[in-house]
Design a protein around this ligand. Structure first.
Ligand SMILES: Cc1ncc(COP(=O)(O)O)c(C=O)c1O
Length: 380
């Protein structure tokens, strides 16, 4: 079996929960939806949550709720998953790429501030900031910018479930207006496919729930009667998936501890600072290592990134690259063009970064195999 960079962990408890839901009266639109939402709010210390078919629909829905339109600019980092930016496009607004910094690999708040200062027409309405790999971004600084320039903050928290700032697991909605979660199998917990919006804003949450289900407003006294005032979607998360989510959430702590243990193994292995750059420990934050990004000094190693990836594959280790900068993707390049000099850190990061395998079910024998191959490929 090839070892990938990420994978789900499913045990007998998960199977029991899903089977129980299969035997119940509701496969979808049943009581587990609210139960999963309640558990998410408890875990991530926010007031409200809406579970959805995936995080891409969560990001899109936020744009719809906020009524992003043509002429609006939404700040985004180049190093993130494509759907974080696609959500902006789908709403008719324009992404404004802001470079990352090389400490936390997240959007650089000082670069964002420069753009906000220049933006005399107040076209920048919001920023979607990814807590890359599980490392919280500089949220205190972003929060100051939110207050000063009156922008909406969205924490694309898909990598960072369980991470914290000053031991606060509710940091995502403390600093941002919305946080989005993904329950794709490679993420910290899974529902197969699935996502959520977290917020402390009651009205925004009601809007999200409404648009998730076609915009249908039911009449409480006549079960068959309903009205539609807003154009909605079917972005529901079935009870079956919620059952898995409820069970998985109980194990988030255990999953996180193991990811951190594996990260320490890699930190020790790649301690030659001339050849490698491992994720920096950032004061007052806990990184939950959805990814373990390793930056390689390719000149010192004397191999191309492609060669390194191919060599690992020969030994059944499938490394990944997170991410090809979104602004360089043909769709975005064609539509907006881009100036390489504006995204120096993102380019530098992409050129030398690989993601090593890191997940709860990674066995000791597999870790030893990875270590052995790293030593062989990198001659360390
Ligand atoms: C940072 C980030 N944002 C958004 C998404 C989209 O999540 P989903 O697959 O649940 O739509 C992902 C998933 O890979 C992601 O990593």
């Amino acid at each position: 079996m090839t070892i990938s960079y990420g994978k789900q962990s499913i045990d007998s408890q998960d199977i029991r929960y899903v089977v129980k839901s299969l035997k119940s009266n509701y496969l979808t639109q049943g009581p587990l939806v609210k139960e999963f939402e309640k558990e998410l709010t408890k875990n991530f210390k926010c007031k409200f949550s809406t579970v959805l078919s995936n995080a891409s629909s969560a990001l899109f829905l936020i744009g719809k709720i906020l009524k992003w339109k043509k002429g609006d600019l939404i700040a985004v980092p180049p190093i993130t998953f494509i759907s974080s930016i696609n959500s902006v496009e789908h709403c008719g607004a324009k992404p404004l790429f802001i470079d990352i910094n090389l400490d936390d690999y997240c959007m650089d708040p000082f670069q964002l501030e420069k753009e906000l200062e220049k933006d005399k027409k107040k076209r920048i309405k919001a920023a979607i900031i990814t807590d890359y790999g599980g490392q919280p971004a500089q949220w205190k600084k972003f929060h100051q910018l939110k207050k000063k320039y009156n922008i909406t903050l969205i924490n694309d928290n898909c990598h960072a479930m369980g991470s914290s700032i000053q031991f606060n697991k509710g940091y995502a909605t403390k600093y941002a207006d919305f946080a989005t979660l993904s329950f794709h199998p490679v993420k910290a917990i899974t529902t197969g496919e699935g996502g959520a919006i977290l917020t402390n804003n009651k009205i925004m949450n009601e809007k999200a729930t409404l648009l998730r289900e076609h915009g249908i407003v039911r009449n409480n006294s006549k079960h068959w009667d309903y009205k539609v005032f807003n154009l909605g979607y079917n972005f529901r998360l079935p009870d079956l998936n919620c059952a898995l989510g409820i069970s998985q959430l109980k194990k988030l702590n255990k999953f996180t501890i193991r990811r951190i243990e594996i990260s320490q193994i890699y930190d020790n292995l790649f301690n030659d600072k001339e050849k490698f750059r491992t994720p920096k420990k950032i004061k007052n934050t806990i990184n939950t290592y959805h990814l373990y990004p390793l930056l390689i000094n390719l000149k010192k190693i004397k191999k191309t990134k492609e060669k390194i990836i191919k060599e690992f594959l020969k030994y059944k280790i499938k490394l990944q690259v997170h991410y090809i900068p979104v602004n360089t993707q043909p769709f975005y390049k064609r539509k907006y063009g881009f100036n390489k000099n504006n995204y120096k850190n993102s380019s530098l990061f992409f050129k030398s970064c690989i993601s090593l395998p890191i997940y709860y079910d990674l066995k000791e024998t597999e870790i030893n195999h990875i270590k052995k191959i790293c030593k062989k490929v990198f001659k360390i």
